[in-house]
Design a protein around this ligand. Structure first.
Ligand code: MN3
Length: 204
């Protein structure tokens, strides 16, 4: 059973003007597809891995055979990260958070503006390619970053949301201005989906 590229849950242009159509096409159809293709290539060499979900593969990287461990880490991570990324955005998204995540943000960061500022500053500083994340750890929300396609699940943490700061996510429209992309990205977020993920994070 091969892993598959999930269809984008909206049109390529649906996140304009914050994320442009050309970026979405390349990002979903080429970059995400490549992670899926490479992950399948690794799993083909070790049939026993194919029965696991991509999340299960990432949860215990030490159990992955050494000859494909790096490929699984990078491409399994790429697959899981991007599958989440498409879902936590939506057309006409953004605005103030609501529900349980809004309350938790208030409790742990003060205002939504304070939270966004800290998330954007932390994520802007990720050197090179990587992701900024919001996780729930020890009863509190925490902001963290990872390099490459590493997912917090490999550190035992469930990602409530994450933003992709690989240049492929923003370079066509924002060039080297990563902070501008980070600021604009909040206009795309899907708070309903993020609340669902927060509920999952609390159960772990
Ligand atoms: Mn990407």
């Amino acid at each position: 059973m091969a892993y598959e590229l999930p269809p984008l849950p909206y049109e390529y242009a649906a996140l304009e003007p914050y994320i442009d159509e050309a970026t979405m096409k390349l990002h979903h159809d080429k970059h995400h597809q490549t992670y899926v293709t490479n992950l399948n290539g690794a799993v083909e060499k070790h049939a026993e891995l194919g029965s696991k979900t991509p999340e299960e593969l990432l949860k215990d990287l030490n159990s992955i055979p050494e000859d494909v461990r790096a490929v699984v880490r990078n491409n399994g991570g790429g697959h899981v990260n991007h599958t989440m990324f498409w879902q936590i955005m939506k057309p006409k998204g953004g605005g103030e958070p609501m529900g349980a995540i809004a309350e938790q943000i208030k409790a742990d960061f003060g205002t939504f503006e304070d939270f966004k500022k800290l998330f954007n500053e932390t994520t802007a500083k990720q050197f090179g390619s990587g992701w900024g994340w919001l996780v729930f750890d020890g009863g509190k929300l925490k902001i963290m970053t990872t390099p490459n396609q590493d997912n917090p699940i490999s550190q035992g943490l469930f990602a409530i949301l994450g933003n992709d700061v690989w240049e492929h996510a923003y370079y066509l429209k924002y060039q080297n201005k990563r902070p501008d992309y980070l600021a604009a990205w909040w206009n795309t977020v899907n708070w309903e989906e993020i609340n669902k993920r927060f509920a999952t994070a609390k159960q772990k």
